[in-house]
Write a protein that binds this ligand. Structure first.
Ligand code: PLP
Length: 372
């Protein structure tokens, strides 16, 4: 007779939130089928307006992915080959990729061990005559300290493009991230806090010119169909995804609050576990916990992850290789970034979703404590 196996705990369970709104989702999907308008229809337009109003930003342009929002954003902001863009090496590859796409140079600066976001003083020190922009990433859903970034940008005449892929709904001093810099780039990849059932993204800005440029680029560089002005891309959000996102968008504040409550429960449980550093939230930030990411000290991270995996508990390492260590950037000169190097060996993201139950979290923390 085999021992009873414990139910597996995935790192992200999307089933509960889908179950909560299944009827609404099916109605929205049916509506799109009935309309037979699948590209650039009323849901895309309405979703753009709803997000713009929510963020307190003048323009929101729906796109095919968060990566495209970064790429087209960099194009619109006028970043060109040889320009330098200061960013973090502790992020998803798309952040650096969007810069490199234009043969501009990502300048990777070290991160802050508390917020995991780039270190403001390191940003300041990295400015050269070639610097054109700063690209803050609100990692895991915790805002970057934007006021000093805006001050540095103003002092040196730089653009600021926010990577908001992990931080839909997060606040910085009462303002929504993605509305603070010159522009913002959101992702609706299914695992993000506001996730589609496929790819999606959004470019946000208060600048009429940038919005107009991105709208033109997303449809092959044409303001008027068949009168193409420049080489653009095909990067539309489709109507089906927009309809789905509009349904989910109504719940985003409640779901982000659910994630914060889950994080508070984890924090309390983990305060009893030595050798682990739970995530902190700075006073200026309202965290949306896209990830709940702890540090595991003394070189034990990989062993703990393996032990949890053996008990059916999913975890993830975001990110095991900081961007400057990827083969694609092997020839890029990068100053010392010891904190990013160290944290890539220590971080572990635990299962989190808006309705994760306390009992599930307890099982995870108990297994983790036993594995240390
Ligand atoms: C997910 C993500 C992206 C890319 O978004 P896609 O929609 O997958 O293209 C960019 N930056 C960060 C930090 C991300 O987490």
């Amino acid at each position: 007779m085999s021992a009873p196996t414990l139910t597996k705990i995935p790192v992200l369970d999307l089933k509960p939130e889908i179950a909560l709104i299944r009827d609404e989702l099916m109605a929205a999907i049916s509506g799109v089928l009935d309309s037979t308008q699948f590209i650039m229809g009323p849901n895309v337009k309405a979703f753009e307006q709803e997000v713009a109003d929510y963020l307190g930003v003048k323009h929101a342009v729906a796109l095919n992915s968060g990566t495209d929002a970064l790429v087209l954003g960099i194009h619109a902001l006028g970043i060109r080959p040889g320009d330098e863009v200061i960013t973090t090496p502790f992020t998803f590859f798309a952040t650096g990729e969007a810069i490199s796409h234009f043969r501009a140079t990502p300048v990777f600066v070290d991160i802050d061990p508390v917020t995991y976001n780039f270190d403001i003083e390191k940003v300041r020190a990295a400015i050269t005559p070639k610097t054109k922009a700063i690209l803050p990433v609100h990692l895991y859903g915790h805002a970057v300290d934007m006021d000093p970034i805006l001050a540095i940008a103003q002092e040196h005449g730089l653009k600021v493009l926010e990577d908001v892929a992990q931080a839909f709904g997060a606040d910085y001093k009462g303002r929504k991230v993605g509305s603070i810099g010159d522009a913002g780039a959101f992702s609706f990849f299914p695992s993000k806090n506001l996730g589609a059932f496929g790819d999606g993204g959004m470019f946000t800005t208060n600048d009429d010119g940038y919005a107009d440029t991105v709208r033109m680029l997303r449809v092959h560089g044409a303001r008027k169909k068949y009168y193409n002005e420049t080489v653009g891309v095909n990067s539309r959000l489709d109507e089906m995804q927009a309809a789905i996102l509009r349904v989910k968008f109504k719940h985003i504040d409640a779901w982000n609050a659910g994630r914060r409550e889950a994080a508070a429960r984890y924090n309390a449980m983990l305060s009893q576990v030595p050798g682990v550093i739970p995530p902190a939230t700075e006073d200026y930030a309202t965290h949306v916990f896209h990830q709940y990411t702890i540090r595991i000290l003394d070189g034990k991270r990989d062993g703990v992850q393996k032990a949890l995996d053996e008990q059916g508990i999913g975890t993830f390492v975001y990110y095991p290789v900081p961007l400057h260590k990827l083969p694609v950037y092997k020839d890029l000169p990068v100053g010392p970034v010891p904190v990013a190097d160290q944290l890539s060996g220590e971080v572990l993201s635990l299962p989190i979703w808006p309705t994760i139950e306390e009992g599930v979290q307890k099982r995870i923390v108990d297994a983790l404590a036993a594995a240390l």
